[in-house]
Design a protein around this ligand. Sequence first.
Ligand code: C2R
Length: 185
Amino acid sequence: MNKKVTVKNQPVTKPKVLVIMGSDSDLPVVEETGRMLTEFGISYEMTIASAHRSPERVLTLAAGAERRGIEVIIAAAGAAAHLAGVVASHTVLPVIGIPLSSSPLQGFDSLLSTVQMPPGVPVATVSVGKAGAKNAAILAAQIIARKDREVVKKLIAYRKKMTEEVTKKAGAVRGDFPETSRRKR
Ligand code: C2R
């Protein structure tokens, strides 16, 4: 399997994160990971490889990642999702697994196949689907931020924006914050 994945805004600089998905059918969800990495200014490479359908390609990608300057690998797969675990078995880089909901079992299968790693070979598993795709990028950014102050600043700004959005939504529902309303009484 050697399909060309076209992802908008994929940076051309040396990638720090390698995003591997099991199939091109996963792309609509995994695009969210790329979007978030771009928001944090993190260069990434996105590709397709399958532990089941193209085991040698997975081995080459995983085993060669550290040498290429990759700092974190994100692996997304649905159904019997062995991809992240197999990637983790070929590298000592941190591996984040995104279970996808692409089978009739709606992600329960991929969640268990990704998260239930035997002791010794961890996969940091995020939630199923789009939320997980987003969180995988944020978690990768948090790992990279340990050596990159610019990413720290972007993570703090992201949290601040999120908090402001909640406050705005709360204001729209109640017309005011609960604390302010209590003080006024
Ligand atoms: P197709 O749509 O290509 O049939 O794939 C993919 O991630 C996808 O969600 C169906 C689903 O199979 C998953 N897949 C895996 C692996 N390779 C492909 N779980 C793997 O190696 O773990």
